[in-house]
Design a protein around this ligand. Structure first.
Ligand code: NAP
Length: 200
């Protein structure tokens, strides 16, 4: 019998993350639906189907990340796919350089850069147990970054560095960034030109 691959999607309750989770489930994966709000994760998991599981996961909280990794080890023993989808575009108002405080920048970097590194590091051993592990970080492509303002864009540019480092270090596993296109979600006040359904 074919063993179902296990995928963890961070922030999979809405927008691009929910669509990625649905698509992975349609392709036969067991999907671990991450959200900082467990009830939201449970609702999303129900909407995805019988092979989805809700996980409380705040990518800026080390205890939450460690608890998720421990639960994945206990219940599945490995992780085949990690999708680093959780992200924020600003920590107050949509950022223009002179208006954004350093605290706002730090807060966005905490989620979009250090959150990705923290979750990836915590899952590396589990990914190492999978026969062909994949790490994907959701990231706008360079031409798109102008659309994301001067708080989000620098954080996503900074995210390229650890993504590349993981790609070099784990060449066999495969670590990549994927751009969904300018997609209509809460992140951009639904101004994106694509729908999450088509984007993922
Ligand atoms: N929309 C676009 O055009 C576009 C283009 C390129 C890349 N992206 C990237 O795609 C990803 C998904 O964004 P989206 O457009 O689908 O926006 P979205 O609907 O606003 O989703 C963002 C998700 O990130 C979650 N999140 C924020 N901080 C978190 C944390 N500390 N821990 C766990 N989850 C956290 C939010 O959780 P809550 O529900 O709890 O608030 C929300 O579910 C982001 O990384 C974004 O940068 C988007």
């Amino acid at each position: 019998m074919r063993v179902k691959p296990i995928a963890l999607v961070t922030a999979a309750t809405k927008g691009i993350g929910l669509q990625i989770a649905k698509d992975l489930a349609t392709h036969g994966l067991t999907v671990l639906v991450g959200s900082r709000n467990l009830e939201h994760a449970e609702t999303a998991a129900k909407s995805i189907g019988a092979h989805a599981r809700a996980f409380q996961l705040d990518v800026t909280n080390q205890a939450s990340i460690a608890a998720a990794a421990k639960r994945i080890r206990n219940e599945f023993g490995r992780l085949d796919v990690l999708v680093n989808n959780a992200g924020m575009s600003h920590a107050g108002k949509q950022g223009i350089s002179h208006a954004a405080s350093l605290d706002e920048l730090r807060s966005v970097f905490e989620t979009n850069v250090f959150g990705v590194v923290a979750v990836t590091q915590a899952m590396l051993r589990l990914l190492g147990e999978a026969p062909a592990a994949r790490i994907v970080s959701v990231d706008p492509s360079n031409p798109q970054r102008a659309l994301f303002g001067s708080v989000c864009s620098p954080s996503k540019t900074a995210l390229d560095a650890p993504t590349l480092a993981f790609a070099i270090e784990f060449e066999d596993a495969g670590a990549n960034a994927a751009c969904p296109g300018f997609t209509s979600t809460n992140l951009n006040n639904f101004e994106g030109t694509r729908t999450a359904g088509r984007a993922a």
